[in-house]
Design a protein around this ligand. Structure first.
Ligand code: ADP
Length: 333
């Protein structure tokens, strides 16, 4: 962890310097281009003046010669202007391209910084809560009900830590050589029910419902699919109120399998709909704990299973996250 923090800290500063250097270089290039144009134009005028001086007024072709010299000057000026405009356009196109890359890097660095802060919080909290719960049980003689409450909260925190570790591991796999899937035949219906039941155990006060068609089988990576479903359920719980229902639904429509996680929570702001699947992105709305990785990794997992994930608004409020996995010879058994 300290390595990551240091890496991030030293990444941001050089980028700022690069940004300043970029503006300086761009200003210098544009100034050089303007001076180049002025200089050539002055030379052109000087040359015209000397050529005009060299033409004798007694020359039989005086008028034609003067006209030719003046036309030459105009032609040269037009040539410098068109060359100047071409250079300017090329410089501006390059500058815009470089600017966008640098800006993207700066945004990513900022997101990484926020991610590091979020992740240290996400790691420390479950450890602190677990330690406190265990110490309380060790020191005090608790009633059965109280003891169960502490055990449940400890299991909840351990599960949070587990999902977080799985997300981190999968992300580092993606960042390095890319993750390879362990294909097996999976009963998606049972997997979804198991995930939902796990959430019911972890959050007994919440209303978690299931509408799952039986016997839907796919070929895929069980651990990764479990991670994807857990991320969606986790968000549905996080971004909705205690009284709101969270529903997990699986239906099969001809060759298509649709897995939906539906909540009645705060929903996603229209401006953020495109961004929520980006790495490290965290919504600007009412923020709870999180790292900005869940949806990004879920989308990667779905992609690896040749599926798609989308989000639409739920009526009257909340969100519907939908995974669609299309039928193909490799995916279906
Ligand atoms: P995290 O939840 O850790 O911030 P995610 O990648 O899981 O990261 O989600 C990215 C963002 O998408 C969240 O910060 C939140 O703003 C938004 N979001 C995700 N799921 C939901 C949901 N069910 N309801 C409302 N907003 C959501």
């Amino acid at each position: 962890m300290p390595y990551l923090v240091l890496k991030n800290k030293y990444k941001v500063r050089p980028l700022r310097i690069i940004f300043i250097f970029y503006w300086f270089l761009l200003a210098y290039i544009l100034a050089a281009l303007i001076f180049w144009f002025i200089d050539l134009n002055e030379q052109n005028k000087e040359l015209t003046r000397l050529r005009l001086q060299a033409v004798s007024i007694h020359d039989a072709h005086f008028i034609q010669k003067v006209n030719k010299i003046e036309n030459d000057e105009k032609r040269k000026t037009a040539q410098y202007i068109s060359e100047g405009i071409t250079f300017l356009l090329m410089i501006l196109a390059g500058a815009v391209y470089v600017f966008r890359i640098i800006k993207k890097q700066l945004v990513q660095s900022e997101q990484q910084k926020n991610f590091m802060m979020a992740i240290s919080h996400e790691l420390k909290t479950p450890i602190a809560v677990t330690k406190l719960n265990l110490e309380t049980m060790q020191i005090r003689k608790l009633e059965y009900g109280q003891q169960q409450k502490l055990i449940r909260s400890t299991i909840q925190e351990a599960n949070r830590l587990n999902t977080l570790c799985n997300n981190m591991l999968y992300m580092s796999q993606l960042d390095s050589e890319g993750s390879s899937l362990t294909y097996e035949k999976i009963d998606l219906s049972t997997l979804a029910i198991d995930c939902a039941e796990d959430f019911i155990l972890r959050f007994p006060e919440r209303k978690i419902e299931m509408e799952v068609e039986n016997d839907i089988f796919i070929t895929g990576d069980k651990l990764l699919l479990q991670l994807a479903i857990n991320n969606l359920l986790d968000n549905a719980i996080k971004y909705s109120g205690k009284e709101d229902v969270v529903l997990i639904k699986i239906v099969k429509e001809s060759k298509k399998i649709k897995l939906q996680v539906i909540d009645q929570g705060i929903g996603v702001q229209a401006a953020e709909k495109e961004k929520i699947f980006e790495k490290y992105f965290r919504g600007s709305g009412k923020q709870t704990k999180g790292t900005g990785l869940g949806l990004y990794l879920t989308r990667e997992i779905v992609k690896q299973h040749r599926g798609t994930i989308s989000m639409k608004s739920n009526k009257p409020r909340g969100s519907i996250f939908e995974i669609q996995i299309r039928g193909s010879k490799n995916i279906y058994l």
